[in-house]
Design a protein around this ligand. Structure first.
Ligand SMILES: Cc1cc2nc3c(=O)[nH]c(=O)nc-3n(C[C@H](O)[C@H](O)[C@H](O)COP(=O)(O)OP(=O)(O)OC[C@H]3O[C@@H](n4cnc5c(N)ncnc54)[C@H](O)[C@@H]3O)c2cc1C
Length: 401
C-alpha cells in the first residue's frame, strides 16, 4: 500500500505516501521491532491526529486494528485502554459506571494524548493524564516486551521516560489509568476582543482548582473563550461531564484541503507578561499568512503542580498556561507552507518570554526546530532520556531524540 489509510484524522498524515501500513498481531510486535530492517523511523499511529502519524517514505504501524479495547475495572476504579482507542471511546465506556478520566478538549486524540502528557479542563483538579497512569504495557523499540507498574517501577527512568516521552522509546500497547467520579460541569462559552485577553488571564490565574479557562484566537479581531467549572455559576450551562464538552473552536467548513503543524508551549502564571506582549501579538495575528492560522491556550496549575518534576518526563510542573500555535497552508503549496511556518516561529519567539517550555505533543523531526523543541520540552532530563533511548531503542527504530 502506498497511501496512508484515509481514516487518519490529520489530513497531512492521510495524504502521506507511506511505504506501507503494518497491522501486526500483538504477539508479533516484539519480533517485528527487534528485526526491523526497513527505513527508520517506524511511525506509530494512535488516533492519527498529528502530522507524524504517517509520513512519506516511512512505514506506519497502525495499532487501531488489534488493540481497541477499553475495560473498566470496578474493583480498582481503573480503566485499561488499548492503544487503538480514542479518548472519546474511553469517556463513553466510563459514563455508564458514573466515572470519567483526565481527558482533554476533544474525544478524537488517541493514545498519543495520554503518552505525551494529556491535559484537559479537569487537570487543575486531578492532574495530567500521565499522572493517572498505574500500568504501562508495550514493547521497547529494541523489541523487548515490558509491563511496568507505578507501585513497583514508578521511581525508575523507564517509567519516567514513558510518562511523557514514550513515542521515542517504545510502542505502548495498553495503559491503565485511575478514573474519577463523573460529576456535572458548568461551562460558559463567550467571545471578546483581543484587548480583553490579559484580563481573562489575570482573572483565571486567581481562580481555584475547580475552574479552568481555555481560549482560542482564530479571527484577528475576535477571541472565543470556554470556561469550565466544577461548581454551579450564573450564565453557565450544566453538562454531564467531559463527554459533553462543547468545542473550543468551530471546524472551518468549505475549505480546500489544509495541511499544518502545531507547536505547544508551556509557561507559568504571568498575566503581566501577557499584557506586555499583547500589542505585538495582535500585530502578528493581523499578519497571519492564512486565515486558519491560530493561537489557543488551556490552563494548568494546581494539581498539575503537585507532582514532583522528577516523576515524569513532563518537567514543566510550574506551567499554568499551555498555548498552542497552529500554522496551516493549502495542501501541497510549498511557498505558503514556508510562510506559515515562519509565522509560527515568530509567534513562538514572542511567546517564549512568557512560555519558555514546550509541550511535545506533536513530533516535528522533519523541521529545523526539532532540537530546540526537545531541549525546551525535556530540559536537564534530556541527556538521561537519550541514554535511556540508547538502551531501549538502540537501533533507533522509533523517532529520533
Ligand atoms: C482535535 C484535537 C484536540 C486536542 N486537544 C488536546 C487537549 O485538550 N489536551 C492535550 O494535551 N492535547 C490535545 N491535543 C493534542 C494531542 O493530544 C496530541 O497531538 C497527541 O499526540 C495526539 O495523539 P494521537 O494518538 O491522536 O495522534 P498520533 O499522531 O497517532 O500520535 C501522536 C504521537 O504519539 C505517538 N504514539 C501514538 N500512539 C503511540 C503508542 N501506542 N506507542 C508509542 N507512541 C505512540 C505517535 O508515534 C506520534 O508521534 C489535541 C489534538 C487534537 C487533534
Amino acid at each position: 500500500m502506498d497511501q496512508a489509510p484515509k481514516a487518519l484524522f490529520n489530513p497531512q498524515a492521510a495524504d502521506a505516501r507511506v511505504l506501507g501500513v503494518l497491522q501486526p498481531e500483538l504477539h508479533d510486535l516484539p519480533a517485528l521491532l527487534e528485526t526491523w530492517s526497513e527505513p527508520t523511523p517506524l511511525r506509530v499511529s494512535g488516533g492519527g491526529t498529528t502530522s507524524r502519524a504517517a509520513v512519506s517514505g516511512c512505514w506506519s504501524l497502525d495499532l487501531s486494528a488489534h488493540v481497541r479495547s477499553v475495560v473498566w475495572d470496578g474493583s480498582t476504579a481503573t480503566v485499561r485502554i488499548g492503544a487503538g482507542s480514542r479518548v472519546g471511546d474511553v469517556l463513553e465506556v466510563l459514563v455508564p459506571h458514573q466515572r470519567t478520566f483526565a481527558a482533554g478538549l476533544s474525544g478524537l486524540p488517541g493514545m498519543g494524548y495520554v503518552l505525551t502528557g494529556g491535559m484537559g479542563p479537569l487537570s487543575r483538579r486531578f492532574g495530567l493524564a500521565v499522572d493517572q497512569l498505574t500500568t504501562l504495557t508495550g514493547v521497547w523499540g529494541g523489541g523487548e516486551p515490558f509491563r511496568l507498574e507505578r507501585s513497583r517501577h514508578g521511581q525508575t527512568d523507564e517509567w519516567r521516560g514513558l510518562c511523557g516521552a514514550a513515542p521515542f522509546l517504545a510502542v505502548v500497547t495498553e495503559v491503565e489509568l485511575m478514573t474519577q467520579k463523573l460529576q456535572p460541569l458548568w461551562v460558559q462559552q463567550s467571545s471578546g476582543a483581543p484587548q480583553q485577553l490579559a484580563d481573562w488571564i489575570e482573572t483565571a490565574e486567581h481562580a481555584g482548582a475547580g475552574v479552568s479557562l481555555q481560549w482560542h484566537w482564530g479571527e484577528s479581531d475576535q477571541l472565543t473563550r470556554l470556561q469550565v467549572r466544577c461548581d454551579p455559576a450564573p450564565d453557565h450551562i450544566c453538562i454531564e461531564g467531559l463527554h459533553q464538552l462543547p468545542p473550543l473552536a468551530s471546524t472551518p467548513l468549505g475549505q480546500p484541503r489544509l495541511h499544518g503543524e502545531v507547536v505547544g508551549l508551556l509557561g507559568p502564571a504571568n498575566s503581566r507578561g501577557w499584557r506586555r506582549l499583547l500589542p505585538e501579538l495582535q500585530g502578528l495575528m493581523d499578519q497571519r499568512p492564512h486565515r486558519n492560522c491560530s493561537l489557543s491556550a488551556q490552563q494548568l496549575g494546581e494539581a498539575t503542580a503537585q507532582v514532583a518534576v522528577g516523576e515524569t518526563s513532563f518537567i514543566h510542573r510550574d506551567a499554568v498556561w499551555k498555548p498552542w500555535i497552529t500554522a496551516v497552508w493549502p495542501a501541497g503549496d510549498a511557498d505558503r507552507r514556508q510562510l506559515s511556518l515562519a509565522w509560527l516561529e515568530r509567534v513562538w519567539q514572542l511567546l517564549h518570554t512568557v512560555c519558555p517550555g514546550v509541550h511535545l505533543a506533536q513530533l516535528h523531526d522533519q523541521l529545523p526546530f526539532h532540537q530546540r523543541e526537545l531541549e525546551q520540552a525535556f530540559g536537564a532530563w534530556l541527556p538521561s532520556l537519550r541514554q535511556l533511548k540508547r538502551q531501549r531503542d538502540p537501533r533507533c527504530v522509533l523517532p529520533p531524540l
